[in-house]
Ligand binder design. Structure first.
Ligand code: GDD
Ligand code: MG
Length: 350
C-alpha cells in the first residue's frame, strides 16, 4: 500500500527552527519527524511512499534518497510553485490506482493505520479523515459529522465564535483514487477549503475516524518541546525507546564524565561528550557530536547535532539547532539558539 506525505509547506510558525531545515526534517528524539512517521507506517506494512515537496526539497531528498536505506521505496514530486494541499495531491495522481493514505507531515500521532483502513472500507467512503478532539480548534480545520460517522460540514480555521465542534481534521486521510479526478489540475487548491466541501456537494461519502488518542501538530516551538515531553513521559511510544524501563539512552561513542550527573529521562545521540560537573536532565535530548562543557546545567531542552555548550552554560526549556556554539555565560530559559542568531547577538554586544 502507498502513502503520500505533503511536505511542501514553509513551516513559518516553527521559525527559526525551519530557517534551514524543512519542517518534516526537524528532529524528534534525534531523527527527522518524517522518518519517525514513515517508520510508524512501515509497522503496518505500508512501505511505498510518495513525497510531495516544494520548500527545500534537496534537504529531504539527500537524506532519504530512494528509500532503500530505510526499507522503503520513495518517489518525489516537486512543485515549481506551491499548489496547496489539494493541488499537491492532484499533482501526484499518476502514482495512485488503489486506496492510499495522505498525511500532513507535521503531525505526531498513534493512529492505528490498519484499523483506520478497515474502518474506511467498512464505511465504503470515498475519503476517510482521522479526527481528534482539541480544546481550541481555531488553529485547525473543524469537522462536523452525523451519527453514522460521515462528515457534513468543514470549517477551516474558524474564529472562536464560529467554533461548533471540538473535533478537528488530524491531517491523516484515506483516499480512493477516483477522488483525484474531481480535483482541478494546474492551480493551487486547498483540500480542506475546496476539495472536501466539493465532495460533499457531489454527494461523495467522507467518513471520520476517531481512533486517535495521541495527536500533536508540531506547528510551533512550544509544541515541539511538548512532543518530546510526551515521548519522555510515555504518552507516545517510539519503537526503540521506553523511558519507563530505562531513564537514559545513549548512542555509540558517547562519553559521560564520572562527575557529571544525568537526571533521566535523557536521550543522547552518538559521540556526545559530557564534561565534569555537568548536570543534564530531566527531559533533555542531545544530538550527535555535541559537547557539553564543564559545570553546564541543562533541563527540559532539545539540542540538535554538533552543538557546543561552553563551560558553565545554563539552559532550561531551550532549543539549540545544529552547529550552534552557546556561550558559557548564558543563563537562559525559553530561548531558541541558531548559529545565525548567536552571531547576531554577538554583533549587537560589540
Ligand atoms: N506539497 C505541498 N504544497 N505541501 C504543502 C503545501 C503546498 O503548497 N502547503 C502545505 N503543505 C503541506 C505542509 O508541509 C503540511 O505538511 C501540510 O501540507 C499541511 O499544511 P500546514 O501549513 O501545516 O496546515 P495547517 O497546520 O495550518 O492546517 C492543516 O493541518 C491541521 C492539522 O494539523 C489543515 O489540514 C487543518 O485542517 C488541520 O486541522
Ligand atoms: Mg500544520
Amino acid at each position: 500500500m502507498k502513502a503520500l506525505f505533503l511536505v511542501g509547506g514553509l513551516g513559518t510558525r516553527l521559525r527559526p527552527l525551519t530557517d534551514r531545515t524543512p519542517k518534516p526534517m526537524v528532529p524528534v528524539m534525534g531523527r527527522p519527524l518524517l522518518e519517525r512517521n514513515m517508520e510508524a507506517l512501515k509497522q503496518h506494512g505500508i512501505d511505498e511512499i510518495v513525497l510531495s515537496t516544494c520548500y527545500r526539497p534537496e534537504v529531504i531528498e539527500q537524506y532519504f534518497g530512494d528509500g532503500s536505506d530505510f526499507g522503503l521505496k520513495i518517489d518525489y514530486v516537486c512543485e515549481e510553485f506551491p499548489l496547496g494541499t489539494g493541488g499537491a495531491i492532484k499533482n501526484c495522481e499518476k502514482y495512485f490506482d488503489d486506496t492510499f493514505f495522505v498525511f500532513n507531515a507535521d503531525i505526531l500521532s498513534n493512529i492505528n493505520f490498519s484499523e483506520m483502513l478497515r474502518y474506511h472500507k467498512r464505511k465504503k467512503a470515498d475519503v476517510t479523515i482521522a479526527v481528534t478532539r482539541v480544546e481550541n480548534p481555531s488553529a485547525y480545520g473543524v469537522i462536523e459529522y452525523d451519527a453514522d460517522g460521515y462528515a457534513y460540514l468543514f470549517k477551516e480555521k474558524p474564529a472562536p465564535h464560529e467554533v461548533v465542534s471540538h473535533f478537528i481534521n488530524a491531517g491523516a486521510y484515506l483516499f480512493e483514487p477516483s477522488v483525484l479526478r474531481r480535483i482541478p489540475a494546474g492551480r493551487p487548491v486547498s483540500v480542506e477549503r475546496e476539495v472536501f466541501p466539493n465532495l460533499l456537494e457531489q454527494a461523495r461519502k467522507i467518513a471520520v475516524y476517531k481512533g486517535c488518542n495521541y495527536w500533536l501538530d508540531i506547528g510551533t516551538p512550544e509544541k515541539y518541546i511538548q512532543a518530546h515531553k510526551d515521548i519522555f513521559e510515555g504518552q507516545l511510544h517510539l519503537p526503540e525507546m521506553n523511558f519507563h524501563e530505562r531513564a537514559v539512552y545513549s548512542g555509540p561513542g558517547t562519553h559521560i564524565s564520572g562527575t557529571a550527573v544525568l537526571r533521566g529521562p535523557v536521550y543522547l545521540g552518538r559521540n556526545v561528550r559530557i564534561e565534569a560537573g555537568a548536570t543534564v536532565g530531566p527531559h533533555v535530548v542531545i544530538g550527535d557530536n555535541s559537547l557539553i562543557g564543564k559545570k553546564c546545567k541543562i533541563a527540559n531542552s532539545i539540542l540538535w547535532n554538533d552543538v557546543v555548550l561552553e563551560d558553565g552554560a545554563n539552559l532550561s526549556e531551550c532549543i539549540v539547532t545544529d552547529a550552534s556554539i552557546v556561550d558559557g555565560t548564558s543563563r537562559m530559559k525559553h530561548v531558541i539558539y541558531t548559529p545565525e542568531m548567536i552571531k547576531a547577538a554577538k554583533h549587537l554586544a560589540i
